[in-house]
Design a protein around this ligand. Sequence first.
Ligand SMILES: Cc1ncc(COP(=O)(O)O)c(C=O)c1O
Length: 417
Amino acid sequence: MRKWLVGWARNSGSFRQKIRSKGSNRQYLWRAGEEAKLALKFSKDYPTVASISLAALRGNFDLFRKHCGPAVKICPVVKANAYGHGISIVAPALSQAGAEIFAVANIPEANELAEIVPDKEILVFSPIQGANAELTKALKRNYHLTITDMTGARAMAEAADQAGVVGRVHLKMDTGMGRVGALPTVAHDLIKFVSSQTQLCLAGLYTHFATADETDLSFAREQLSCFNELLSLAPEVQLVHSANSAAMLAMADSHFTMVRPGISTYGYWPSRDMAEIKILEGLKPILRLDSRIASVKELPPGHTCGYGQTFRAQRPTRIGIVPIGYADGYRRSFSNKAVMLIDHCPVPVIGRVSMDQTIVDLTDQPQVQTGHIVTVISEKRDDPNSVEALAELANTIPHEITCLLGRRIARQAVVKF
Ligand SMILES: Cc1ncc(COP(=O)(O)O)c(C=O)c1O
């Protein structure tokens, strides 16, 4: 059951709100807001709410700390609105848990994050391509910026010179991912160039694994040994990092001086293979998604539901409309397959999920009326509508399920579920 409503945040972080824990006067985080007014707006405008458990988030971070040991920095990856969970809730909570540095995808995300946790360091993954006003601002804010080629390195040196600062460079190496990153053949020249520039400081060296979430780790191990060889080119560099969630959990020798867990910060196993191994006992999903039944009605046998008539009632059928659809990230591939939970009982999704609405079969739940709470996504891993179960249903990974949760869903912090 939900305990202690403690805060409210809209996805973009444009509304930030104090968080209060019941039973103590502890005031957490953020600018004080007009709680009552926002709560009213929330219920009127946002029928669907993602509750984010601060206890689970904190618990996951503490588990990583124990797993990696005190010498390794933990850099939670909070790009894409903290994988859909709400950056303005997640980042301050992780900051309080002890995170000193966060990773995001690009400079606009870094700018948003810097307003939320101004005293923390920020690593930007996307590589610098050219000198511009945005880069100058990023340099002045002392972000850790990624370089993958000489064009980016030169642009950063020039921009740092103009800004009158020393830019913090992280050199990203492609050791096998075949995406962004410098190939090992150019590593030597790049490191030499960065080291020769007084306006640049080589603050980090990193790589990213393609298969660390698989049972067969042989390719990940090849990447790791390639990365280890490159490290000898820059023995002084302070932040050496390679581990995403999967490698952090499964490859202790990939931790170096920093790890970059994304998906497991939010409580999910990076893949089905890893879910079966359960390397870290105690990892907890931090999100539950609740909505309210918007309307209820009876359909006679033979009546069909939704676009394409993909469901036909075989009996007198009571249907409920849940105001969430694929525009909110509740995927169309859940049509006629997923379930939601009402009063802890599964209710089947019937017919096609449409853009804003989903139909559930309430025939076996006669107590349910308009306004009744329906759990669209459960925080309990073993429930049939957990993030991981829905990912399985959609033949995807948990990352995609949470990242797609849309702007019409309110995010609220709860102390715990
Ligand atoms: C460079 C880099 N590091 C770490 C991560 C986190 O990965 P995961 O969410 O699988 O832990 C990502 C995610 O895409 C990434 O791009």
